[in-house]
Design a protein. Structure first.
Lengths: 107, 120
């Protein structure tokens, strides 16, 4: 199985900050990576897929990059509604696997 | 509007069975591949099972293989997960999730989830 490791596990940031979350796969996944946002009581929401493609309706302050085994999610200017837990997920190989999550909290 | 509504969760003893259902609306269900994803209390997301649009291709996570069975009824816009020989570690919120069209393994819509608790 491909292991997905996110860092950090949690971070504190202020509104307006630039935030970057990284995700490392245990083997190359050829950009087959998605990012999801999860808020308490709300179902997970797809943000990006194919490492850098923004899902329809997702604000452009979210962006993704990376290649091979290393990927990142960047929020260019953190907004109050962005405080949540973020998960990366590889869909290169079965079983599809998620990172352990990164909780973004208010500083 | 895409809607996925799960049902069938509850409290079950170890070794017991449950059948989860997911009612889909707002899109052409028969065109989409579907998955079940679960989240144990306080934990991250875990993909459980996948079924192709026709039902001809099915995959399972090793943790549930041989115990869980995924199926679908395209005429009734419904997805199912039959769970047998349940264990404490199967306790989780179970989500049905729609695979993005032409994007197998990318989940673009999720249900609200149904809680399965395995305990004596």
């Amino acid at each position: 199985d491909i292991q997905m490791t996110q860092s950090p596990s949690s971070l504190s940031a202020s509104v307006g900050d630039r935030v970057t979350i990284t995700c490392r796969a245990s083997q190359g996944i050829s950009n087959s990576l998605a990012w999801y946002q999860e808020k308490p009581g709300i179902v997970p929401k797809l943000l990006l897929y194919a490492a850098s493609r923004l899902e329809s309706g997702v604000p452009p302050r979210f962006s993704g990059s990376g290649s091979g085994t290393d990927y990142s999610l960047t929020i260019s200017s953190l907004q109050p509604e962005d405080f949540a837990t973020y998960y990366c997920q590889q869909y290169y190989n079965m079983p599809w696997t998620f990172g352990q999550g990164t909780k973004v909290e208010i500083k | 509007e895409v809607q996925l509504v799960e049902s069938g969760g509850g409290l079950v003893q170890p070794g017991g069975s449950l059948r989860l259902s997911c009612a889909a609306s707002g899109f052409t269900f028969s065109n989409y591949e579907m998955s079940w994803v679960r989240q144990a209390p306080g934990k991250g997301l875990e993909w459980v099972s996948f079924i192709s649009s026709s039902g001809s291709t099915i995959y399972y996570a090793d943790s549930v293989k041989g115990r869980f069975t995924i199926s679908r009824d395209n005429a009734k816009n419904s997805l199912f997960l039959q769970m047998n020989s349940l264990r404490a570690e199967d306790t989780a919120v179970y989500y049905c999730a729609r695979d993005r069209l032409a994007g197998r393994g990318v989940f673009d819509s999720w249900g609200q989830g149904t809680l399965v608790t395995v305990s004596s």
